[in-house]
Design a protein around this ligand. Structure first.
Ligand SMILES: Nc1ncnc2c1ncn2[C@@H]1O[C@H](COP(=O)(O)OP(=O)(O)OP(=O)(O)O)[C@@H](O)[C@H]1O
Ligand SMILES: [Mg+2]
Length: 291
């Protein structure tokens, strides 16, 4: 068991800002508390994750290579992504999205709805698309979260966990030529380092992103379940793509499955607010700034 100590040896869990400075990190504009496990795993907890830190500790949901809790693999995912219910002191329906980062692996994109952004420039970006490394994914998402209020919701990023297990490069399918690029970018995205040195990606280890479960069903499921019409599914997908672009972002594989709608209780209708649908956006592994 990794046994992360949320009290930093003091017996009482401090507030995020009262944690000892040597545990604090700022990577790509995101604040983390970096905890080292007894078996040398690394857990980086964000400000959003800290209040629920005891619910997201790996021992609650991960033992070695497998889930200790019955995680539900999410339908429609091409990667490894699970919904895992975990105990929470107050909320009975609290759940995590556990997503294994695919950075460095082949993207093999199927771009649904090329008409969404069919220009040559966009297609060139798709052709050379790479899954974002974990700290860059959280960095981009945090910037987007500051801009998208009033437009759509996003999942709160809670933590990044890297178990101590090491794999051979071919087992993870990572493209070796990307290693130095990602190392350089990660170094550049950190503030001047203290005596502990900067955080570096370890190419032989996996990285697991933890998000808060948002609740709802994706727009494709909502359409098949008779909750929204085909027209709504298509126009909302376009609308969110347009909004993202106006805010300076693009999701290279944007599609209805990345939109989450909230079915209303007891009736087959989506939750609306002031005449507009309440929409969440999931999946940020290909969320890039437009310039
Ligand atoms: N927070 C959430 N709330 C509700 N549903 C979710 C949430 N997160 C993910 N899902 C569902 O899980 C599916 C898979 O998640 P995600 O898109 O992150 O995986 P992926 O492996 O990257 O899939 P893809 O290759 O299609 O992009 C989503 O399409 C959506 O249906
Ligand atoms: Mg994806």
């Amino acid at each position: 068991m990794e046994g992360f100590d949320l009290s930093f040896g003091r017996g009482l869990k401090p507030s995020f800002d009262a944690a000892p400075p040597q545990y604090r990190r700022c990577i790509d504009g995101v604040d983390y508390l970096h905890l080292k496990g007894r078996q040398s795993g690394d857990l980086y907890i964000t400000r959003d994750g800290w209040p629920v830190a005891s619910s997201i500790l790996p021992e609650r949901w991960f033992t070695g290579d497998q889930f200790s809790k019955p995680g539900q693999a999410l339908a429609g995912a091409t990667g490894a992504v699970y919904r895992v219910p975990v105990a929470h002191p107050v909320r009975s329906n609290f759940a995590l999205v556990v997503k294994f980062s695919r950075f460095g692996q082949d993207v093999g994109l199927t771009v649904v709805g090329r008409d969404l952004h069919g220009d040559a420039d966009f297609m060139a970006r798709v052709e050379h698309a790479e899954f974002l490394p974990p700290f860059a994914e959280f960095g981009n998402l945090m910037r987007l979260r500051r801009q998208c209020r009033g437009h759509f919701f996003t999942k709160a990023p809670l933590a990044i966990y890297s178990p101590p297990t090491r794999y051979l490069a071919w087992q993870l399918g990572r493209k070796n030529h990307l290693q130095s690029t990602y190392s350089r970018r990660l170094l550049a995205s950190q503030t001047p380092h203290d005596e502990q040195g900067p955080i570096e990606y370890e190419w032989e280890r996996i990285y697991i992103l933890l998000y808060r479960w948002m609740g709802g069903v994706d727009a494709e499921q909502a359409y098949h379940g008779g909750i929204i019409s085909n027209t709504q599914m298509t126009s909302w997908t376009h609308h969110i793509a347009d909004t993202l672009r106006q805010l300076g972002w693009v999701v290279l594989d944007h599609k209805p499955r990345h939109l989450i709608v909230r079915p209303r209780k007891g009736i087959r209708q989506p939750l609306m607010r002031k005449g507009s649908p309440v929409i969440g956006l999931v999946d940020y592994e290909l969320l890039y700034p437009t310039c």
